[in-house]
Design a protein around this ligand. Sequence first.
Ligand code: PLP
Length: 391
Amino acid sequence: MNYKNFETQAVRIATSSSDQREHSAPLYLSSSFVFDSAEQARQMFADEIEGNIYSRYANPNTSDLIEKVCAAEGTESGITTASGMAAMFGSMASLLRQGDHVLASRSLFGSTHQLLTRIFPKWGISHTYGDISDIDKWEELVQPNTKMLFIETPSNPGLEIIDLEYIAKFANAHNLVLVVDNCFATPYLQQPAKWGAHIVTHSATKFIDGQGRVLGGLILGKKELIDEVQFFMRHTGPSLSPFNAWVLAKSMETLAVRMDRHCENALKIAQYFEGNPEVEVVKYPFLASHPQFHLAKKQMKHGGGIITLTLKGGLSRAKKFIDQLQMISVTANLGDTRSIVTHPASTTHSKLSEEEREKVGILNGLVRLSVGLEHVDDIILDIERALDQSK
Ligand SMILES: *Cc1c(COP(=O)(O)O)cnc(C)c1O
């Protein structure tokens, strides 16, 4: 049966049950799978027939997760990875070769920035960053050897939004593979492939798990491209553990209801702090004051679970504020049931120079708030008290 709606697909698409007739997907902790015959083994290795061979290639639990997320994203094929970074690395390393050039949005996750600036140059792969404010001038940044366009929208932590429809047309006009890191939006809020992205990557560690338990990632897209990615990933080995895949596939079943509440809480908090004199800037994609508010409305279902607050008093104020929080956790993760505060300039983005950080709006006073599933009044109370006591 074909299910039309996101929620039903996420819940009902599941690996077929075994002859134990279990209702909930079992955990397949098996590194390899048995062949009926030598001939069947040959056929599976030759790709003449489909089937599980070895868990570095595929496992019923990773296949289950891929099927659920592909349905959610509207993509044909995919592969799971050990972490989000394995997905970011794998999407680039499998499709690029020595001498290629990547055009990327400047606002990227810290480790993705390390890949482009420190790791890929070792293999002769170069990059140029484009600023979102100058997106109409990106034509000038395309080089004869540019092969890929890599973007994040909304970006971490700046919450910059890129027009997916525009950027997909741009990529096609220049024959570039468009890769979108869709981690912040999740497949529930935004489906880049529907606007024309060729590859969608995820850190499933964040909202897809949603409960701060396991690492994981996904690379999704058209079968033709994913076949190439699969070849690279299967032979280099950053595979997702079946256990993590099982946890993440279960989490997909509740993604929609969780995201609805994350977003509802985040919007209320953003609105509440918009007029606060201790807060210089509140940024949230669904606040009318967000510079790309209309774009966010066009391509996202809700505004997401992340807010940034820039506090009066810069770095020392931000640190005092964080130390005064009583409930909200101070940790580097995001997309958890528990609200989390992070100071990107001194943690997740500390490897960038001050100048690089300024260019992407990661000011010293900026704090990133990942809004959890506690009662919104309790989250506001904790922030309010900490703002007050950090004056
Ligand atoms: C966390 C994150 C990653 C990396 O994911 P891991 O699962 O931590 O490896 C990549 N991109 C974005 C936008 C992220 O927030």
